[in-house]
Design a protein around this ligand. Sequence first.
Ligand SMILES: Cc1cc2nc3c(=O)[nH]c(=O)nc-3n(C[C@H](O)[C@H](O)[C@H](O)COP(=O)(O)OP(=O)(O)OC[C@H]3O[C@@H](n4cnc5c(N)ncnc54)[C@H](O)[C@@H]3O)c2cc1C
Length: 614
Amino acid sequence: MFRILLKVSLFIILLAIAVNSILKRIWVNHGIINEPRSRYDVIIVGAGSSGCVVARRLWEKSNLSILVIESGTTAPWISVVPLLAPALQGYTADWAYKTVTQKHSQLGMKNRQSSWPRGKVLGGSSVLNYLLHTWGARSDFDNLWDSGDSSWNFESVRRYFKKSESFQRISGASVTGLRGKHGPMPVTEFDTSSSPLASAFLEGLPSLGIKIGDLNGELENGAMPSQSNIWNGWRVSVVDAYLDSILDMANIHLLTSTQAVQIITEDRRATGVLAVNLYSGITYHIDATYEVVLSAGTIGTPHILMLSGIGPKEHLAQHGIPVVADLPGVGQNLRDHLNVPLYFHLDAPVSATTSKVRSIAEIWKYATKGKGFLANSGVESLVRLPVPGDNSTHSKLYFMLFNLGSVNGDLFSSIANFRNDTFQDTFPDTKNDSKEGFMILASCTQPLSTGEVRLTSPNPMAAPLIDPNYLSRQEDVKCLIKAMKTAARLGSTKPVRDLGARLHLPGYENCSTFSQSLQDDKYLECWVRTSAITAYHPVGTCAMGSSDNPMTVLDWRLRVRGIKNLRVADSSSFPHLTSGNPHAVVLMVAERAADFILEDIKRQNIKKIHRSSH
Ligand SMILES: Cc1cc2nc3c(=O)[nH]c(=O)nc-3n(C[C@H](O)[C@H](O)[C@H](O)COP(=O)(O)OP(=O)(O)OC[C@H]3O[C@@H](n4cnc5c(N)ncnc54)[C@H](O)[C@@H]3O)c2cc1C
């Protein structure tokens, strides 16, 4: 009887989610076209986190005709359930990249490679991501992004962060003027009253001198309940936030399942795009009157630039690609956050275990109220702190409290490419579905190690080479060791200890010559090099910057150096990582890019631009 009830409930819930999702997708289908016109005013490559923002804002403030070319298609229904995000990895909505074998890290991963998921779908990586919404710290922008004329300092970018978001306090408390209230992207706070674990975690932090407040806005260092792009328990992707409501009336065409393979240039001016339908193989030559905007992401954007002859000339020559512009920085400066997972055992029954998540009660709570474990990504609190003993103000430690007692071992070990033994050492008792526990992911926000994206072939369908070159700088290891020691303290305050929390020290075979203790830095280094995993934050492969730095690819208005009418608006444009998760920063950059485009086109043709909103 119980089993039948369970199956019926599950069926009804899944059916409801599927119907809702299909309806949403039909809605989105309005803008999807089968054949592009031969010319548009602006062509945007990539309908991911950044491309959708640019398209929406251009539509809102102009009469420009806009084409967005996207390799993927509509998102699978499962993506709307926040906790199920990892289940999308490795399937059709994911480019499913793998890095090259790492020299200094990933000792515990198969073939020492890291799996790099990236969204290949309408909405891009915002469909796959863990939904955390963080702006980064003021000091990131003031010290690392600032152009010298203040155009990327915190005060300048704050306006765009606010423009993109509509922030809601869980308590219903009023939102201060520091945050955005009317932007398209909803941001909601995690409700700590629903989680004894998050409550205890945050309650314990002031005893370590850590302030609780809003890391997006007022607090440079401190802690907060996580903030996410979730609405009533549903994922809000950029398509949902920026495009869904306008596609019916907008002059935006979406060309899906189509890969842009080359930017067409004439006399160092971008004039259009060559794109291939991935099903029919038909090639389209589409002209752009004003601009081509690359929003294909940290991997896709340098890839297409190099295929088009824009990149390091020796590398292009190796692949027989004629050089249009010698830009040595294209594909370089690849930066990513590495997370060290620290697992804590718990006695109290307060964590998300596989058996609880699958229970009828949890599924019912989610289906009827949009609450419970399924309604968020699992990350319940965030902490940002200065690096002990480091005088630079911009280098930070960053921590995510992941409510995760037991996990689906097959799923998690495969998506992170863990070897079985490493996985079992990192997450003990993986076979026990009722195991109580949590994880703190510890990272350093400004690693010095940088890597690269390069061509493996002039064939545009061949995946590029990705080498993050993790931990090639010893300073990064030292910083992560400090982060681990701090994480151990964050997870051991009295309120958390009262729940029976105990740090698990993994006994990796390759670290067995060291003493399994937080006091042995050699052991901690071995731990870092064995099981630290990507935070999924790659940025920087077409960095903006000053013209006196030959490795920068874009000027401060995101224009590709040496090529007219070509701009980049996505995560590849970041000069540095920020002290948090990058998605909100990508939205901010895209919001700004739209303003730059409109201003520049206005100089050429005033009739197409108007200030009234639709
Ligand atoms: C698993 C995962 C978890 C994450 N969690 C978080 C998080 O919790 N918080 C956070 O802040 N950040 C998170 N991120 C990172 C964040 O989602 C990304 O930084 C952000 O989405 C990148 O935006 P983008 O526009 O640069 O690229 P994308 O969103 O990846 O968009 C690029 C788009 O371009 C398309 N494309 C690429 N090449 C071509 C081509 N040649 N032709 C046509 N289309 C093309 C792609 O299919 C894709 O749709 C996560 C990322 C992943 C993968």
